[in-house]
Design a protein around this ligand. Sequence first.
Ligand SMILES: CCCCCCCCCCCCC/C=C/[C@@H](O)[C@H](CO)NC(=O)CCCCCCCCCCCCCCC
Ligand SMILES: Nc1ncnc2c1ncn2[C@@H]1O[C@H](COP(=O)(O)OP(=O)(O)OP(=O)(O)O)[C@@H](O)[C@H]1O
Ligand SMILES: [Ca+2]
Length: 521
Amino acid sequence: MSHPSLASQHLSVNAVTIAVNAPQAPSSTRLLVCCQSFRLPVTEVVHVCVGRGGVSDLDPQPPGPENQFTVFYVKRSTGQQWSLETLVFTAQDRDLSHQWVQLLQQRTQQYGGRRPKNLLVFINPFGGRGQAVRIYSKVSPLFQLAGIRTRVIETTRANHARDHILQEDLQGVDGLVCVGGDGMFSELMHGLIGRTQREAGVSEDDEETELQPSSIRIGIIPAGSTDCICFATVGINDPMTSALHIIIGDSQPLDVCAVHHQNRLAKYSVSLTGYGFYGDVLRESDQHRWMGPFRYNYAGLKTVLSNRCYAGTVEFQAAEHVESNPRDQSRCRTGCLVCSESSGRLKEDCEEAEAKANQTHPRQNPNSDWQRAEGSFIAVNLTAISSACPKSPDGLSPTAHLADGTADLILVKKCSMFQFLRHLSRHTNQKDQFDLPFVDVYRVKTLRFMPRRQESDVEGGVGSKKSFFARLCGTSCTQSCWNCDGEVLPYEDISVRVHCQLVNLFARGIEGVRRASLFKY
Ligand SMILES: CCCCCCCCCCCCC/C=C/[C@@H](O)[C@H](CO)NC(=O)CCCCCCCCCCCCCCC
Ligand SMILES: Nc1ncnc2c1ncn2[C@@H]1O[C@H](COP(=O)(O)OP(=O)(O)OP(=O)(O)O)[C@@H](O)[C@H]1O
Ligand SMILES: [Ca+2]
């Protein structure tokens, strides 16, 4: 369809008349919706319709004079927050207005990215502060506006979402969405990875096997206590922002750690796989779920005061071929080059793997390059992403990458309670939490942990005496446990392998240089 007649028309935007300089030459991905000094990428157009629409009344076909049309688009607010905004245009006549709408709809479809059409949405009515149903009711009109079909399931038990994804027909579904916290995301991820491996005939229990990525993306509408995975991949835990990332079909690959125990898959994790401090915090906090999100502060304080440490051996293989390291002060941001290079390497590895189909594991010699750290640890933490969250806006490992195929291993060795508090408090400010003599950090591909059993364990960790505070807090733990993205693992010896870009989210990472949605030439 050609629109030469539109090229020199004048439209009025919010009563200001501006010259339209549009459709002859839109660049491949950007469409000039209108300009005087503004342009709006088609990738960020949510909906276009004849009539006069507004964000307070999201009618996909608003009433109003037909010589007007409305463009709904993504507007950047403060920080990483997005909101829905409208521009109402007035054309000279009805026909011209219809032509514009058709053209804009066509361009949005053509250049608008990989937008989902059918979403399966799981709402955990009990997540976080129990607000998930209300939160979803605020964003669901956006999906309707964007013409996305949704099937909504309110979960009635833990693992409801996971089991549904594993067992039910997902024909036509091109996105899974959870309304909840990290635990709900974990359910969707487990269902999706499990289903994909089953369909591909891959055993999840085999630590050496390459897991198959799935083509279905996952969206997170944050409604949990920590919302770490949403925060670290979108830059904010805001339901509206997440809904807009889903609608415009953003895509962010994510590394996943596969955690094994005695040759069986124990769990997948994206954010924290932590032994010692975070395991203890989680175990303690689970007993106080009635406190809601505050339970973590309570359990955190109690665990800090008990100042326990645990003896064990950590073995790991440092990441090869990576230029980055955990102390390099860089940041993984939208379009990250380190992650893009990993995509290239991943492709090469797949080709190599295909070529060597009958050989053993193509990427690493299972017995080479292992490093070892033995001692007493307050915390052994592994995180495949930064694990930024509202409590710690830069996260456990601020320079970790979302999709580089590595995870950061943070070892906090035995130290005093005050030293540990110093380390912890640096998670909340700009200071380097690794720049302390009792903290080591490595970028790794694999990890093994073996606890050391010793008599003093019976007294609550290394050192035969419990601390004053440990006695005060009534802690009588003999060993710690693993915190795997917020779920307790009931065993201590585990092995972990990072799988590069195993799942895809409706996100784009944290945007670096901030742009306004409408910006000047
Ligand atoms: C002096 C102030 C220190 C403040 C230190 C704040 C550090 C916060 C670090 C947050 C790291 C989050 C890692 C993400 C883990 C998620 O995959 C997982 C699933 O949702 N969440 C948790 O396991 C939930 C884990 C939540 C852990 C919260 C730990 C809170 C410690 C509070 C200690 C207070 C001591 C105050 C002494 C005056
Ligand atoms: N209907 C339900 N009843 C009980 N538990 C549920 C239900 N639906 C889901 N769950 C479980 O609740 C757990 C916690 O849910 P969710 O992750 O949504 O919130 P949260 O724990 O408050 O948030 P976060 O994980 O961010 O700390 C999940 O692991 C999930 O398995
Ligand atoms: Ca990573």
